[in-house]
Design a protein around this ligand. Structure first.
Ligand code: GDP
Length: 459
């Protein structure tokens, strides 16, 4: 354990008034600073209470005056979040109380913590590996339920275990090469060579699967771009409003109201989406509307999912059908019959039934979206990605895993080309080093600096 000589302090709850506000300390003097600034009710001192017990008492300023009546708890390293001695004050969530309390902690010898410094200490003390520490940041920033679940899984060690399995399989292979190097006069049995190649091939496959999970992480972070297209008045803005749960886009029965694209995030069917409400697609001479129509087409080109809306209460037209075909050529598409609460028109074009495109009915008015939710979850199936947290969540992890895969690939090529075991060893060692970077076993300090800077102060 590397207890830092300085003790850091910070507010760990967001600024602003709230029910509870937390001040946090970590470092060699955490408990003695807490003792200076806290007086339990009654005659006991803080250390008369067991670690992790919640002790009721007064938080005091540097002159010994009470600032707030609070709960205080301390933990002793290494059994704490940071691995060092820590203390926490659970105050009333008043910005003024927290400011005064923090000033008292500084006066007693603590210094202001930097961004992510508590978690950084946890990493340095081996309480979390780097992938887990990054998961703390992802958890704080999660924009969707799925994103939060993945971050929680990664924090619990899911990715680290997956990386660890590949790591230990490669160590086994390396051990064999070392054994061969120790007895250079003996030829390697061809059967053994095949076994080694098979072992490397399995790990290459594992790394491929892991790298494929990056798409999922991107989707969780950014949301899948989902373009809502259709003729004017098809109900695009109304559907967007129903999906996000409030009136984001202007709804009128005047065709051509939405002239620009409107973007909003939501989660439907467990899938985080970046909804793009577009200008109605129709031939127009209005220059502003024309620009909007161009943007709609661009939104379709960039979309990962296209919802083609057709008003079920009006006769469908040829234009609807060609739009559907255009969308299907660009991205996975769902045909959405809108205004399902109104009497529907018999579809004049039988051809919709022949087209291989999932079709659902919605009503923005009654907020009936169940069929659409189901269809969206089918478009982005969860089980393709493995368990929660078993995914690579950022460019740093992806880059390191892809270097590991390249090194394994080179090792296999060398093996097949009959290279000597020492040449192979270099590649396998490189793969191990790259994997070690994902979990932080072998990572440069400037890289960790960058990771923790993204955290908020107090985490
Ligand atoms: P957009 O031009 O495609 O964005 O269509 P809007 O969302 O602006 O809707 C056009 C018209 O259809 C408005 O008068 C809406 O009130 C109406 N509308 C939209 N969705 C529904 C629906 O689910 N049910 C009914 N009855 N009317 C709807």
């Amino acid at each position: 354990m590397t207890t830092q000589t300085d003790t850091i302090a910070a507010m760990s709850t967001p600024p602003g008034a709230g029910a509870i506000g937390i001040l946090r300390l970590s470092g060699q003097s955490a408990v003695s600073i807490a003792e200076t600034c806290f007086k339990p009710l009654g005659h006991s001192g803080l250390r008369d209470h067991k670690p992790r017990e919640l002790v009721y008492g007064d938080l005091l300023d540097s002159g010994g005056q009470p600032i707030d009546r609070v709960l205080c708890t301390y933990s002793l390293g290494p059994s704490s979040y940071t691995g060092e001695d820590t203390a926490e004050f659970h105050c009333h969530g008043s910005p003024m109380v927290l400011t005064l309390g923090l000033e008292a902690l500084f006066a007693a010898g603590a210094r202001q913590a930097g961004a992510g410094e508590f978690t950084r200490r946890a990493f340095l003390n081996g309480r979390l590996d780097l992938a887990q520490a990054e998961a703390v940041g992802d958890l704080l920033e999660a924009q969707s339920r799925e994103g939060a679940r993945h971050a929680a899984g990664q924090l619990a060690g899911a990715l680290s275990r997956r990386i660890g399995d590949i790591y230990s399989a490669l160590v086994d292979v390396m051990a064999h090469f070392h054994a061969v190097l120790d007895y250079p006069d003996e030829d390697i049995d061809p059967f053994r060579l095949e076994q080694l190649d098979a072992a490397l091939s399995v790990q290459e496959g594992e790394l491929n699967a892991l790298l494929a999970s990056c798409g999922r992480a991107k989707l969780l972070k950014d949301g899948a771009a989902c373009a809502i297209v259709g003729r004017p008045n098809a109900g695009k803005s109304s559907l967007l409003n129903a999906m996000v749960g409030y009136d984001r886009a202007i709804v009128t029965d005047i065709p051509g109201t939405t002239r620009d694209t409107v973007e909003e995030r939501c989660e439907l069917g467990g899938v985080p989406l970046r909804l793009i409400d577009t200008a109605g697609l129709r031939d127009t001479t209005d220059p502003v509307e024309k620009l909007g129509v161009e943007r709609s087409r661009r939104a379709m080109e960039e979309a990962e999912l296209i919802l083609v809306l057709i008003d079920s209460s009006r006769p469908a037209e040829d234009e609807d059908f060609s739009l559907l075909q255009e969308a299907m050529a660009l991205a996975p598409t769902i045909l959405v019959w809108t205004k399902g609460d109104l009497p529907s028109q018999p579809c004049p074009m039988k051809r919709y039934e022949e087209i291989r495109c999932p079709a659902v009915t919605v009503s923005a008015r009654t907020r009936y979206l169940d069929e659409l939710c189901n269809e969206i979850s089918c478009a982005f199936p969860q089980d393709l990605w493995g368990g929660y947290g078993e995914i690579l969540t950022n460019a740093r992890q992806e880059e390191a895993a892809s270097r590991a895969r390249e090194a394994v690939r080179r090792a296999r090529e060398a093996l097949q080309a009959g290279m000597t075991p020492d040449a192979l060893l270099t590649d396998v060692e490189e793969a191990l080093a790259a994997l070690g970077e994902v979990t932080g076993q072998s990572v440069r300090e400037d890289v960790t600096d960058r990771i923790f800077q993204r955290f908020c102060v107090g985490k």
